[in-house]
Design a protein around this ligand. Structure first.
Ligand SMILES: [Zn+2]
Length: 340
């Protein structure tokens, strides 16, 4: 008798489906017959009164019919959708349809430059490390040979957390001593990341910017090793005819300190607007790691030496894409970002 009821329900539903005029009616029909409080569910609730055997049989039949009806409704929905193509009634979504994969978003220009450098350095055996952006005064300044009285701090004002001795790191160099403590010597590391300074913003200054710090600690490391590594990097970035020029410059955590320039990749050294007609672009600061910094990192400066360097990722991205306002990079303006 129950089987009869189920079959009867099927006939009735199929007939009604054929009479349906729009998607709304079809949805009502679906709920009426197949919904959680629908007719089929009502019948299935009475299964409890049957013997196990009968229950299994009727249950199978009910499921079979439920599947058949679901299919019928799907078909009807498709037909209705097709009839009213383009109208608001076409709401049916075929979840099984195969669609070509869509690309959502893309890399930010700074990420492009960062990954490019990471690839170059990992190919030379450097580890890529991450570090905290909220950093202690110790790792950001003290351990880099910049005690609280040192005038170099004046050039790197930043945002401090009151009473905590914490600050937003001014440089990715803050990872030097952290990495030395953790891994000891020998060591090859690059640290890309976000840095912060208390700047009045204009086309060339931004309170948030990106750097890539790198350093190497080993036996008998000298400026020659530093130059060799950075020459490889410059050539991979800008082509085989790129030259590197090193000039002395003061940084408290290196001795000697070096200002690194490379042949301008836009004019190939002839002189242009971007390189201010010098033919050279200043793209990194570097030097041999100060023995005090090695000491802070618990590395014996009599046995080991090293070099360190820092690239401005923000600056590299601006050069690469000829971006003339640094504020565009973190401004979140899609008209700008969609160009990359
Ligand atoms: Zn140039």
């Amino acid at each position: 008798m129950l089987e009869e009821k189920i079959k009867q329900l099927k006939e009735e539903t199929i007939k009604k489906i054929s009479e349906v005029a729009n998607l709304e009616q079809l949805r009502e029909l679906e709920i009426y017959f197949l919904g959680r409080k629908g007719e089929l569910t009502k019948i299935l609730r009475t299964l409890g009164d049957l013997s196990i055997e009968e229950r299994a049989k009727a249950g199978d039949l009910a499921n079979k019919i439920k599947n058949e009806l679901t299919l019928e409704i799907q078909k009807a929905r498709q037909n209705l959708g097709e009839k009213t193509d383009g109208s608001s009634e076409k709401e049916w979504i075929d979840v099984t349809a195969v669609k070509e994969k869509e690309e959502f978003g893309h890399l930010h220009p700074i990420s492009i430059v960062q990954y490019e450098l990471e690839d170059i350095f990992t190919s030379m055996g450097f580890m890529v490390l991450d570090g905290p952006e909220l950093e202690s005064d110790y790792y950001n300044f003290e351990a880099l040979n910049i005690p609280s009285w040192h005038p170099a701090r004046d050039m790197q004002d930043t945002f401090y957390v009151e009473g905590e001795n914490l600050l937003m790191r001014t440089q990715t160099s803050s990872m030097q001593v952290r990495a030395m403590e953790k891994y000891g010597a020998p060591l090859r590391v690059v640290v890309p990341g976000r840095c912060f300074r208390n700047e009045a913003t204009d086309v060339r200054h931004e309170h948030t910017f990106y750097q890539l710090e790198g350093f190497m600690v080993g036996k008998d490391i000298s400026v020659a090793n530093l130059k060799a590594v950075l020459e490889v990097v410059a050539k991979k970035l800008y082509g085989d005819d790129t030259k590197v020029k090193l000039r002395p410059k003061f940084y408290p955590f290196v001795e000697p300190g070096i200002n690194g320039e490379v042949t301008c990749f836009l004019c190939k050294g002839k002189g242009c607007r971007v390189c201010k007609n010098t033919g050279w672009l200043e793209i990194f600061g570097a030097g041999l790691i100060h023995p005090n910094v090695l000491k802070f990192g618990k590395i014996d400066s009599k046995k080991w030496s090293g070099f360190a360097f820092g690239f401005g990722l923000t600056r590299l991205a601006m050069l690469k894409y000829e971006i003339d306002d640094v504020r565009l990079l973190c401004g979140g303006d899609l008209r700008f970002l969609k160009q990359f």
